[in-house]
Design a protein around this ligand. Structure first.
Ligand SMILES: CC(C)(COP(=O)(O)OP(=O)(O)OC[C@H]1O[C@@H](n2cnc3c(N)ncnc32)[C@H](O)[C@@H]1OP(=O)(O)O)[C@@H](O)C(=O)NCCC(=O)NCCS
Length: 155
């Protein structure tokens, strides 16, 4: 579907609305209950992109990166009523095209069911999933952290 001309996508950090971002992420399947200060800290230390309609934020994505070799795409969402307008694809492409994120060797992401979206942005499934490993506390914001797991919140 073609993108509605009224929508804008921008990597200007000053336009981000943390209330909208936190409002979605605290309900998302991958970060239920995430505290606002954690979202603020993540936004501060990421390359972020927002989607806007009449100045109001309706979508978000961010890249966690070393700016040299690697970027991890996280927290991609579009508010329900604005989906199907190409905004997620435009945001991921804005991150991939960001001047500070050129020449990286590896881009990575995790998704439960949006593989089709990311295939359109140049991602593919792992050739050999047995080579990937993860340490993750999925319930960290609702059940607390496990001592020694490396997932202790930095307060
Ligand atoms: C997934 C999500 C971000 C997609 O946002 P969107 O703005 O509607 O997506 P787009 O309109 O940019 O989609 C672009 C293309 O990807 C496809 N696509 C979008 N979501 C998809 C999905 N979940 N699975 C497969 N393909 C998908 C679309 O069909 C579209 O293809 P087309 O160009 O051939 O029509 C949105 O549905 C959302 O916020 N979902 C809830 C949060 C979520 O699951 N985020 C992803 C976490 S990894």
């Amino acid at each position: 579907m073609r993108r509605d001309d009224r929508y804008e996508v921008s990597t200007d950090r000053g336009r981000l609305d943390v209330s909208v971002i936190h409002g979605f992420l605290s309900q998302a399947y991958w970060s239920p209950g995430v505290p606002r200060e954690i979202v603020e800290k993540a936004v501060t230390h990421s390359v972020c992109v927002g989607a806007y309609l009449d100045g109001a934020q309706v979508g978000f994505a961010r890249a966690v990166t070393d700016f040299a070799t690697f970027a991890y795409v996280a927290d991609v969402f579009v508010l329900d009523e604005h989906r199907g307008n190409g905004l997620a694809m435009a945001m991921v492409r804005a991150l991939r095209g960001h001047p500070d994120l050129q020449g990286l060797r590896t881009w990575l992401l995790l998704t439960r069911d949006a593989q089709g979206l990311y295939r359109k942005c140049g991602f593919e499934g792992l050739d050999d999933p047995s080579r990937a490993m993860i340490s993750q506390n999925r319930d960290i914001y609702v059940q607390g952290f496990a001592e020694g797991s490396g997932t202790k919140p930095a307060h």
